[in-house]
Design a protein around this ligand. Sequence first.
Ligand code: HSE
Length: 433
Amino acid sequence: MGKCKIGIIGFGTVGKGIYRILNSQNDSHPILNEIEIIGIAVKHINKKRDIKFENNLLINDPYELIEDPNVDVIVEVMGGTDVSKDIILKSLKARKSVVTANKAVIARYGSEIYATAAKYGVYVLTEAAVCGGIPIIEPLKRSLKSNQINKMVGIINGTTNFILTKMTNEKADYNATLKLAQKLGFAEFDPSADVEGHDAADKISILTELAFGGEIIRDSISTQGIEKINIKDIEYANKLGFEIKLLAFSERNHVDINDSLSLNIWVAPSLIPKSHPLAMVGGVNNAILIDASPLGEIMLYGPGAGSGPTASSVVSDILALHASLSKKIPSIDPLLSSNYWRDCHIADFNQISKKNYLRIICLDTPGVIGKIGDLFGKNDVSIESIVQLDASENKAEIVVITHEVTNGKFEKSKQEINALSEVELIASQLSCI
Ligand code: HSE
């Protein structure tokens, strides 16, 4: 096999990790020696860096790499959406396969990007875009292909898992824990994409398309973040035998009359029983549980972010491309490319069923629990448990956990409960599995 010549665009945490893997003395497979970096496009060539380059690899203009006939594969690790989308599309049109770690671009423009790759007979590989170092894209494309995927549920954002784990273990306040995460480099200066759940929604969108085979409208995914989680919710959940985690959920619902597969997809902070395998996933780690037929349940677990883990996924994608491209097969390998094979849609929000947790602050008067229970009953919502967990100065905190119920019925009950004269506030609403 000849060398696989790559152009890297961006040299932040992941770019550096790729460089280190390709220049490491690890006892890994010799095929790694067949990867050659032709150039690295960066914004500031003269910036001080802790890596000494052997050749003059750094260049300013990413498009030079795309146009360079010596480059076989473009590695996009610059982040962002608009410029990176243009870079990915232009690379594919120049008949260069692309490896990217950019979940935001793939979640929003995957359909256009996959179609362009197919049109020009090249690949776009995205293992590093979801769950950092955990192999999840490749299993969905290949190892699990003989199965029907029924459900995926995961902790797929490391920043929020770090914050929730710390809040749980140390009874720490949300804002203080977020500041600590920023100080330790686990949260960005602008943490909104992580804490508001958008990063997890990007990732579950990509995984859903691969698992279920149809395009997903990313912005239609119901997304709730962890910004409003109060330490009280964590303490109450713990008392009742649950952990709170930010979950991303995707499940097949039914095939409708137009032959389109309806899917339940959401991202929300959720109570999970302490005995559930996802409850043990702490800190910045990620895990994803997949239920498939005939396989059954598997769980993939590991570091979901960071330089080494994410770079390891990028380099594995480069190796997969190298192996495939050097076969000189004129047609595209259908299990390596990303392609849709059916129509899918996200189920109407009101029709999605799940269990719910509600914390209600109300007057501590006789009959209030009965009234809340009656309103749920009237709307056909079955209650798994209802408890008064705190009472002081004539105020009570009531926590309700429902059985599985449609969002429509639950939201209607919530509005009616909120309108009760005894109810001061619905302090929080979380999902449960
Ligand atoms: N901020 C992301 C996370 C990084 O916390 O999981 C990897 O996508």
